[in-house]
Design a protein around this ligand. Structure first.
Ligand code: TXA
Ligand code: MG
Length: 326
């Protein structure tokens, strides 16, 4: 750990590596860590300079607020007001791929950069054991966006983080491939009715069943006006262009397939799920886009993905990947 090169570390339980990473985090360093959704680029949320380094490293517009990762519901309550609905959703889905936007507690100690000056905070309790162990060892709230350069594909493996940042992120904790593979579902509970800001690992139907009421959701998957400040239309973009609902593959295209019947092609193919399993497809999505990029195709043809359950979140990410770029 004493040379100048970057480290990708695979921590076991009670590993000294975790203790070292936690100490570095508390010292103001950035630590990339695995979660069950995607890898995060973490900083101590109370340290404005460390949080600023996240924006700088990602090249992210600073108006875009960050999610605060905490150990459990009690810790969340130190930073936000846990409303009745928040308690219900936390009981049902935490730890897990759900982020709640709630009224920030005054004087909660997090840097104003985290909330980008809003009077709400987004909080989440990740389930991944390495994320949990890091939170426990660091004993501080961790502000973390996905560990990718702004506008690019979110990382689902430690190697993806290394490919995004090289040596500019010295500590990357390797916890294997992310199970869910898509970012958390974000529900805004700070207004008069619950609002689905971002579809993700937990479906709208599952949330509504837990809440016993309907969720207001964005009408279109990709709106022209950003709903969450970070919901810019072009996002999750691979280097290649992306063509959706493809029934056939053109010359020079790579194929992102789904199911057992794929169109003919002599180009590179990644099948998200041979069995047509949407959870498996979600877990493979970002890795698949990266693999086709690495194969050097100029365009990625994507087969239709059903709009059910987590398929809604998959289609949301694909539409952003295909959106016009600026
Ligand atoms: O699964 C995830 O959520 C991953 C892992 C690392 O936890 N994180 C993630 O962070 O996807 P990020 O920064 O890429 O996306 C966070 C989203 C952004 O769209 C941001 O605008 C929104 O959350 N957000 C954060 N705080 C908010 C707030 N107070 N009000 C509304 N939206 C907020
Ligand atoms: Mg992101």
């Amino acid at each position: 750990m004493h040379d100048e090169t970057a480290h990708t570390l695979k921590p076991g339980p009670d590993d000294p590596v975790l203790v070292g990473a936690a100490a570095a985090l508390r010292d103001g360093a950035l630590v990339a860590f695995p979660t069950e959704t995607v890898y995060g680029l973490g900083a101590d949320a109370r340290n404005g300079l460390a949080v600023a380094r996240i924006f700088e490293t990602k090249g992210r517009p600073s108006f875009n607020p960050l999610i605060v990762h905490v150990m459990d519901r009690e810790m969340a309550g130190q930073y936000v007001t846990m409303t009745r609905e928040a308690m219900v959703l936390a009981d049902t889905f935490w730890p897990g791929p759900l982020t709640l936007v709630l009224p920030a507690r005054e004087g909660n100690g997090t840097s104003s950069l985290v909330s980008a000056g809003l009077d709400t905070l987004a909080v989440r309790v990740p389930a991944h054991p390495v994320a949990q162990a890091l939170l426990r060892a660091a004993d501080c709230p961790i502000a973390a966006p996905s560990a990718n350069r702004s506008g690019r594909i979110s990382p689902t493996r430690a190697e993806h983080v290394r490919a995004e940042f090289g040596d500019t992120v010295p500590i990357i904790l390797d916890g294997g491939a992310s199970d869910v593979g898509l970012e958390s579902t974000i529900v805004d509970l700070s207004g008069s009715e619950p609002f689905l800001l971002r579809p993700g690992g937990i479906s709208k139907e599952a949330l509504e069943a837990a809440l016993g009421e309907e969720l207001v959701a964005p009408e279109r998957l990709v709106s022209e006006i950003p709903t969450a400040p970070g919901q810019l239309a072009s996002h999750y973009a691979p280097a290649a262009s992306v063509r959706l609902n493809a029934g056939a593959v053109d010359v020079g295209e790579g194929l992102l397939g789904f199911g057992s019947k794929l169109p003919d092609t002599s180009g590179p193919v990644v099948n998200l799920s041979v069995h047509g399993d949407l959870r498996e497809a979600a877990a493979n999505l970002f890795d698949g886009l990266r693999m086709l990029d690495a194969a050097g195709v100029s365009c990625i043809a994507v087969m239709p993905i059903p709009l059910a359950g987590i398929g809604v979140a998959i289609n949301d990410r694909l539409q952003r990947a295909a959106a016009p770029r600026n």
